[in-house]
Design a protein around this ligand. Structure first.
Ligand code: HSE
Length: 405
């Protein structure tokens, strides 16, 4: 029997209890793991809940309970989630988390502490919600060099963009719905400004390239500047969709990682991923492209990933601890975005003639109501910025610039 304690009884914590309770027999039948929830830490009491008797307000009760094998950290936020995770690992308990903020900020230290104490720190639910992506990156794809990772990594923003483009919803309406469905972070700014996706792409980059970049050290743009006009123009220009993409690749032995809205060509498997779904495209040197797809947020999908880590620990408890391996990235490990090459979508105030003041050769262009949208040939970020400047010098306003994937 495996005894667990759950820290935080919000969306993910209560979902974890639900998955374990409802599917206890299925889990036991398939894996022999018999999981028992012994404590639930929360500030609240939950009178009348079937878990009422398990609620504690004192973390030390969990820390000092030698029968607890696994601590599930589902509190969210940096503190005290990090502090409790650290204390649990130091006390020789395995820790499973959905907390991408803690993994992205303190993952290197926590993995070292886990290793030192012969336990595991697992975080399948931290990226892609319910999609199995962490373990495949750690083991199933370990025989491949990773040429690049591109993913729709935030369910809330994908839900918003889908509602805006397919159902004509306003940004605010769609965000409210995403919050009501339990997709958004406590502070949804981190969803819409791309910070949540930034935490996730640095975790994937660390698994791919062995260095954890602090999320603040990568270029990060959210979706707040995307206008519904851009969505319409993109669709008319060859059927592109617009998605918030986290991207990582190796550039001259450094790691280039960034988050920004991208125009996705119809042929790309990320093109049609809508609503709360996430999709992660991993380019491998031996396998080729591998695509991971599923629900990227929400109570039971995220809890499903949490429970997969619990099962992994339960069935491998006799084996040596097996954790992700990375170190913190130094400044020199990180490539700047300025040399990144891709085509760019521009929307300018003017007509194709105005466009010709900076570009004489573009893929295609559409002109409507005094605005012109077009796609450039692939160019560096530095050249794209120089073009923006050249438009300004000619008195032409650039209304939007979005990278093409
Ligand atoms: N707020 C996150 C999202 C939750 O929308 O993707 C899952 O990490």
């Amino acid at each position: 029997m495996i005894n667990i304690a759950i820290l935080g009884f919000g969306v993910v914590g209560s979902g974890t209890a639900e998955v374990i309770t409802k599917n206890r027999d299925v889990i036991k039948e398939k894996t022999n793991a018999d999981i028992t929830i012994k404590h639930i830490l929360d500030l609240r009491d939950f009178p009348g809940s079937p878990y009422e008797a398990l609620i504690t307000h004192d973390f030390n009760e969990i820390l000092n309970d030698s029968e607890i094998d696994i601590v599930v950290e589902a509190m969210g936020g940096a503190h005290p989630a990090y502090d409790f995770s650290k204390a649990a690992l130091e006390a020789g308990k395995n820790v499973v988390t959905s907390n991408k903020l803690v993994v992205a900020q303190f993952g290197t230290e926590l993995l070292e502490i886990a290793k030192k104490n012969g336990v595991r720190y697992l975080f399948e639910a931290s990226v892609g919600g319910g999609i199995p992506i962490i373990k495949p990156m750690m083991t199933d794809l370990a025989q491949n060099r990773i040429d690049g990772v591109s993913g729709i990594l935030n369910g809330t923003t994908n839900y918003i963009l889908t509602q805006m483009s397919e159902n004509g919803a306003s940004f605010d309406e769609a965000l409210k719905e995403a919050q009501a469905k339990g997709y958004a972070e406590a502070d949804p700014t981190s969803d819409i400004e791309g910070h949540d996706a930034a935490r996730k792409i640095v975790i994937l980059a660390a698994l791919a390239y062995g260095k954890l970049i602090a999320p603040n050290n990568i270029h990060c743009e959210g979706i707040t500047k995307i206008d519904s006009k851009d969505v319409a123009f993109a669709e008319k220009l060859n059927g592109y969709s617009i998605k918030l993409i986290g991207h990582a690749e190796k550039a001259d032995d450094k790691i280039l990682a960034f988050v920004s809205p991208r125009l996705i060509p119809e042929a790309n498997p990320l093109h049609d991923i809508s609503d709360v779904f996430n999709g992660i495209l991993v380019k491998c040197d031996m396998l080729g492209d591998a695509m991971f797809y599923g629900r990227g947020a929400g109570k039971l999908p995220t809890a499903s990933a949490v429970v997969s880590d619990i099962i992994d620990i339960a069935i491998k408890s006799e084996m040596k601890a097996e954790c992700a391996k990375w170190t913190d990235a130094e400044k020199d490990d990180i490539a700047p975005i300025s040399n990144y090459v891709c085509a760019h979508y521009f929307r300018i105030e003017g007509c194709p003639k105005c466009m010709g003041k900076v570009f004489d050769d573009v893929e295609s262009c559409i002109s409507e109501n005094g605005e012109c949208a077009f796609i450039t040939k692939p160019m560096t970020e530095a050249d794209a910025l120089a073009s923006e400047k050249a438009f300004a010098e000619n008195g032409i306003k650039v209304l939007s610039r979005i990278r093409v994937l």
